[in-house]
Design a protein around this ligand. Sequence first.
Ligand code: 5GP
Ligand code: ZN
Length: 113
Amino acid sequence: MDNCLFCRIVAGEIPSTKVYEDEYCYAFRDINPQAPTHVLVVPKQHVANIGEANQLSNEALRACIEAIAKIAAQEGLTGGYRVISNCGPDACQSVPHLHFHILGGRQMADQMA
Ligand code: 5GP
Ligand code: ZN
């Protein structure tokens, strides 16, 4: 997807602060962090959101999910963390490339939304 912001970040056309990378996924710091640690994990293959996760291979989907715990350990999030994937307009998804927010480093609000 030529015009997709996160595809362009994965391709290195737009700079980002890399946190983790493997064959299937790429993770980088959110430009507008909502917590001391705020990392975005994206599949390298373009899919719009989690509703299209069935378009990813089992390996790619598993890599993205498993990356989350690896990054949490790397970031020292021993107290826990929150994982969010906004899907579509009601969830205010602003970038239409599947991504998982990892938020940690502070006590999260009791209510999710
Ligand atoms: P969404 O609202 O789609 O769930 O999350 C999109 C996230 O991407 C937001 O948290 C926003 O701050 C982040 N973001 C938007 N543009 C950029 C960018 O150019 N670089 C980085 N690192 N993050 C971005
Ligand atoms: Zn994309």
